[in-house]
Design a protein around this ligand. Sequence first.
Ligand code: NI
Ligand code: MN
Length: 224
Amino acid sequence: MELRYLGHAAFEIKEEDKTLLIDPFLKGNPKACAKPEDFEKVDLVFITHAHADHLGDAVEMARITGAKIVAIYDIASWLSERFGIKTVGMNYGRGEIDGFEVVMVPAWHSSSYEGKSIGNACGFIIGIEGKRIYHAGDTCVFSDMKLFAELYPIDIALLPIGGHFTMDILQAVKAAELIKPKIAVPMHYNTWPLVEADAQEFKKRVEELGIKAILLEPGERLRI
Ligand code: NI
Ligand code: MN
């Protein structure tokens, strides 16, 4: 499996002939390393919540590629009604979508689009070929992260560290301690001044716990 950081909270996961995206915010993302039209084939697009820096270009990309959008039920229904795209609505719990294990977990955060609340925020644990990636979405730290990681051991945890809207470094290091992933990767930082964070500091503190941390520049890939 190959993970590519697209900038901010956006990731691409490739496994054999399948391409999955998470929170593909590319246009208007000062850290984006790709454009929506660079993606010709996408199978599933996971959306953690409806904020513009996460929903991003998902609708356009679903239209171009025919990908299905996976989101919490209320956001999925709204997307298919408003934009006429294929969606898979689920809720906090575990399911299987196109052969992938998908565990939708809570994220302590709001969810709105153009000023109106839509659905709830979530994180995703995605199981691919015996490995699991946890994308925490936008959230503060919470102790149930430990519970989910006990039930579904995590290989790679993608954790926001930018603060203000999400966990800061202090909380994200605690999250890594609770989750005990094989690898922790920081996200949602240095996109704008409000979410500035020193990723090296995160890496240092996480590695003091005996957990490997990898800093990905936008465009960088990680193979596991
Ligand atoms: Ni948000
Ligand atoms: Mn955000």
